[in-house]
Write a protein that binds this ligand. Structure first.
Ligand SMILES: Nc1nc2c(c(=O)[nH]1)N[C@H]1C(S)=C(S)[C@@H](COP(=O)(O)OP(=O)(O)OC[C@H]3O[C@@H](n4cnc5c(=O)[nH]c(N)nc54)[C@H](O)[C@@H]3O)O[C@H]1N2
Ligand SMILES: Nc1nc2c(c(=O)[nH]1)N[C@H]1C(S)=C(S)[C@@H](COP(=O)(O)OP(=O)(O)OC[C@H]3O[C@@H](n4cnc5c(=O)[nH]c(N)nc54)[C@H](O)[C@@H]3O)O[C@H]1N2
Ligand code: SF4
Ligand SMILES: [Mo]
Length: 885
């Protein structure tokens, strides 16, 4: 008998419902929950591979103090004592919490309560600062509250969907699938993608605006002006429900059409077409994500978009409205509990004395933070200069994900007392902790999360807690109690915390605040356990309400009106000619952030196995790098070395590097070490998408590719990147100075017993060298060395780890570095769900499969989660185009 549990995916903000099944043998499998209103049974590649990422390999299972195992009792006592002593000596602002949108709402609530209400400082900030804070600031300026007005259904109901600064196909794949299905059913629906890069999302776009980096404010100011001059605005809505229109109009009017062309870098025809589409179409949804938020003009971008929706009264109706797509599974829950340094709990304002008094009375707390705390970038600056002396980091990996990451690492290293709560023993951040606290991970922890459409769902426990791992909320409540606040942190269950959180949201609310889930203030444990997904608001005593906001006004500024914001486009001048290129950073389809979980899955690591830079062919020529060569990228803050991926999808003058790779998976690919700590002046969100850098070819003396059953140890070459594969590891390396003796290097790196002799081949003239070690029929490790980037079929070589090598010919084929005539190399993985490679897809196309459906029928590729369908279509198009030439 197997047991099924309904829970929620722990990755992106789509918040898909998952059914986790544990069979008799304890094996876990997952499938989409057909009843969950976010995904109706769909999952993407990351969601589908969840079962592969929950093993205990690398887990932190016991508390540690100074690298030694300790009891919970000792660890918690120490944390409480050090926090209390630091506060007594240096005041409440000398301590800080840096938390995460991957915490559950209950964890987050306790963290915020402890810091703002009991320690009495605003110094709690979160990785949502790097993610959503420009949206929060933009919403609050326009609406008077941090409200996402719409629902996912709106994206399907719209006649025009604008995706700006969003790579929906890869980052919110299930919404992408819902959008693609809606467009297939109703082909008149139009989709516009605004992104400097031609991403996979452009695949379903009718129009792609390859905008200049940070040209968005100008683009939407131009649109605002066009809506007015073409008389598309809604005079009644503006008059009844808004303020500040005249000032916003004057500011937009100051920008000529030609200046908009210049700032956006777009052809006039395209711009006119976009403006015409928007003006003509009543049902418009504008979705935006990090290309908007992560910018020094991020908050203005948000308001420039919202201005256009307010001016046309297009907000809060079916198929209509601005839509901020949130990143993390509980980015929204974190905003609801007030996890940002400049917010109070339950969407109340820290600047408001009334709100502070209300929260303090509700908590019956001895004090309340009197002012906003330090935002992430400033918080780590304060750690660096010694103002913050004790830091607790929870569910985030700032040494990888913060801008100016080397400086952040140095700050953490120098901090007198650092606590890290994580699920892994070894991350780039846990390395610097004085106290390590083992947390429960997905499947073990239990609580609620809120997705992008304000829907609250349960994450449920279906696995036993491993080792001594404990929930994050429990850790903080225990510390709170030990600091002398026993009454306020006497929670026994997460249901009690949720009820208190719901109670605060409804406390003295009466419609004055958007976030109200007072209906749940007395929720009992059984009810909480059975909770089905619901959207807020749900005030006490009211019937379930409409799930959209603002169609009829009712904003949350004191006059209940929205505000237009008068905006100017940002200055664009590059001042330092030594750094002429623009670095853009973001995500790939199958990895999640700093790879602590997705890096465990061979299937997910197969899609893209190395850190890379997308570079335009002409820029590649200029710096003298060819496809598959290595590139060094540098800013005044740091350097990385990554593989070149030469592509016309990238605009000239700009580079794209993913944010995922870190010191656990690569030698020098933590891209945030290069990212400058520049922030939006209003939200404090880092500008991670527009960084001034220079790039040059990285010339190695030798390149090397290896596959091995053991994880390679102590890699010390100028460049290396490793990835999990079926049956072992694959590693790419490049050497300035080659090892004296490759055989001993292999023995040391791959733990090869001394009695095993290698099979080998070396060509002095070309510099090619190959070595393979076998244990009986099994391949332990194979090494391919060349003076140029190694040309060996990667997936074929990886497959050799699981193949039998009893036959001598097979051993020689391996040393020759090529498959025998009877085997084909699958090529780089395209479909992770069914492990289908690019070469297999090309072969199917040659066999006459000329549509995504036909390829799916033949190979299954693209038929499960569908995340790779856009890539399959691109491969078909390029094969057919090549055939037609
Ligand atoms: N596979 C995967 N999915 C994820 C995540 C993950 O790690 N992996 N993380 C989740 C999280 S936390 C987040 S925040 C979301 C992020 O989701 P997205 O925001 O969709 O992802 P990004 O790749 O960060 O950036 C989106 C796009 O913004 C574009 N862009 C850059 N500069 C500009 C600009 O000036 N203007 C415009 N209009 N566009 C620009 C980039 O080229 C990029 O394609 O993804 C979530 N989903
Ligand atoms: N250059 C650049 N930098 C960026 C971005 C970008 O686009 N470009 N994007 C930014 C954005 S939007 C985001 S959201 C951040 C994300 O950046 P991070 O938050 O740093 O990334 P994660 O890898 O998700 O880190 C989560 C950590 O928590 C641990 N963990 C997982 N589950 C749990 C749990 O239940 N409890 C505890 N205590 N720990 C847990 C994981 O092992 C991991 O160490 O990166 C930001 N940084
Ligand atoms: S879209 Fe994928 S990653 Fe996001 S919640 Fe759904 S299954 Fe998880
Ligand atoms: Mo994010």
């Amino acid at each position: 008998m197997s047991i099924e549990t309904k829970t929620t995916c722990p990755y992106c903000g789509v918040g898909c419902g998952v059914i986790a099944r544990v069979d008799d043998a304890g094996k876990v499998s997952v499938k989409g929950d057909p009843d969950h209103p976010a995904n109706f049974g769909r999952l993407c590649s990351k969601g589908s591979a969840l079962a592969e990422t929950i093993d205990l390999d690398g887990r932190l299972l016991h508390p540690e103090i100074a690298g030694q195992r300790a009891s919970w009792h000792e660890a918690l006592d120490l944390v409480a004592r050090r926090l209390s002593e630091t506060i007594a000596e240096h005041g409440p602002d000398s301590v800080a919490f840096y938390v995460s949108g991957q915490l559950l709402t209950e964890d987050y609530y306790v963290a915020n309560k402890l810091m703002k209400g009991f320690i009495g400082s605003g110094n709690i900030d979160t990785n949502s600062r790097l993610c959503m804070s420009s949206s929060v600031a933009g919403h609050r300026r326009a609406f008077g509250s941090d409200t996402v007005p719409g629902t996912y259904e709106d994206i399907e109901l719209a006649d025009l969907v604008i995706l700006t600064g969003s790579n929906l196909a890869w980052c919110h794949p299930v919404i992408y699938q819902r959008l693609a299905a809606a467009k297939a059913a109703r082909p008149t629906m139009k989709i516009v993608v605004i992104d400097p890069r031609r991403t996979m999302t452009c695949d379903i776009a009718d129009l792609h605006l390859a905008i200049r980096p940070d040209g968005d404010v100008a683009l939407f100011l131009g649109l605002f002006e066009h809506l007015i001059t073409s008389n598309t605005i809604d005079q009644n809505y503006i008059a009844e429900h808004t303020g500040g229109f005249a000032e916003a109009f004057a500011a937009a009017g100051a920008l000529s059409f030609n200046r908009v062309l210049e700032l956006t870098g777009l052809p006039a025809m395209q711009l006119r077409e976009f403006y015409r589409l928007f003006a003509q179409t009543e049902k418009v949804v504008t979705c935006y994500s990090q290309g908007v938020n992560q910018s020094s003009s991020g908050t203005d971008k948000v308001n420039a978009i919202i201005n256009c929706h307010l001016a046309t009264g297009r907000i809060g109706r079916p198929g209509i409205g601005p839509f901020s797509l949130t990143g993390q599974p509980n980015a929204m829950g974190g905003r609801e509990v007030g996890g940002l340094a400049n917010m109070l709990a339950a969407h109340m304002a820290i600047e408001s004395a009334l709100d502070r008094d209300r929260v303090q009375r509700f908590w019956q707390s001895p004090r309340i933070a009197g002012k906003p705390g330090l935002k992430a970038v400033d918080m780590f600056r304060a750690v660096a200069d010694g103002r913050i002396k004790a830091l607790w980091i929870m569910a985030t990996n700032p040494v990888v994900s913060m801008p100016d990451a080397d400086a952040v690492e140095a700050a953490i290293r120098a901090c007198p007392f650092v606590v890290v709560s994580d699920i892994l023993r070894e991350t780039d951040t846990t390395r610097h902790a004085h106290v390590l606290l083992p947390s429960l991970g997905w499947g073990e922890k239990d609580g609620t999360v809120t997705n992008s459409e304000r829907r609250i769902s349960r994450q449920r426990q279906f696995l036993a807690a491993p080792g001594e791992a404990r929930p994050d909320w429990w850790q903080m409540a225990e510390v709170g109690r030990r600091m002398g606040f026993s009454q306020a942190f006497s929670f026994r269950t997460n249901a009690e915390i949720f009820a208190e959180h719901a109670g605060l949201s409804g406390f003295e609310n009466e419609g004055s605040r958007d976030f109200d889930i007072g209906a749940y203030q007395a929720i009992a444990t059984e009810e909480y356990d059975a909770l089905t997904p619901f959207q807020w608001p749900q005030p006490a005593g009211a019937a379930p309400r409409i799930t959209r906001f603002f169609a009829d006004g009712g904003f949350y500024h004191s006059d209940r009106k929205a505000r237009f914001v008068a905006i100017e486009p940002p200055a664009t001048d590059r001042t330092d000619r030594r750094f002429p290129l623009t670095l853009n950073t973001g995500r790939v389809r199958d990895h999640w952030h700093t790879m602590t979980r997705t890096g465990k899955s061979a299937r997910l690591s197969g899609h893209i196995a190395e850190p890379f830079v997308e570079i335009h062919p002409r820029d590649a020529i200029e710096i003298g790098v060819a496809e598959a060569g290595l590139v060094e990228i540098e800013s005044p803050h740091g350097k990385v070395i990554v593989r070149a991926l030469v592509t016309e999808r990238q605009a000239r003058g700009s580079l794209f590097v993913p944010m995922h790779w870190n010191d656990s998976f690569a030698a020098k690919a933590r891209i945030d070490a290069v990212v400058a700590p520049l922030t939006d002046p209003i939200s404090g969100q880092p500008a991670s998408k527009n960084v001034a850098v220079c790039a040059r070819r990285f010339q190695a003396s030798h390149y090397c590719f290896t596959v091995s059953t053991a994880k390679p140890r102590d890699l010390e070459s100028a460049y290396w990147a490793l990835a999990k594969t079926d049956g072992g590891w694959r590693t790419e390396l490049a050497f300035d100075l080659v090892p004296d003796d490759w055989v001993s290097w292999c023995r040391m790196t791959f733990d090869i017993p001394v009695d095993l002799e290698p099979l080998g081949y070396a060509d002095q003239a070309s510099g090619d060298l190959r070595l393979a070690f076998f244990d009986g029929e099994r391949l332990l490790a194979a090494l391919f060395v060349a003076r140029q980037p190694v040309a060996v079929a990667r997936n074929w070589a990886i497959a050799q780890l699981s193949a039998s090598h009893g036959n001598l010919n097979k051993r020689f084929a391996l040393i020759a570095g090529r498959p025998g005539a009877d085997t084909i190399d699958a090529g780089a993985t395209v479909c992770s769900c069914f492990s289908v490679g690019v070469n297999q897809i090309i072969a199917a196309i040659r066999d006459g499969c000329h549509s995504v459906e036909a390829v799916g029928k033949k190979l299954n590729a693209g038929t499960n989660c569908g995340s790779c369908r856009a890539e399959i279509r691109t491969i078909i198009d390029s094969c057919l185009a090549a055939a037609a030439e």
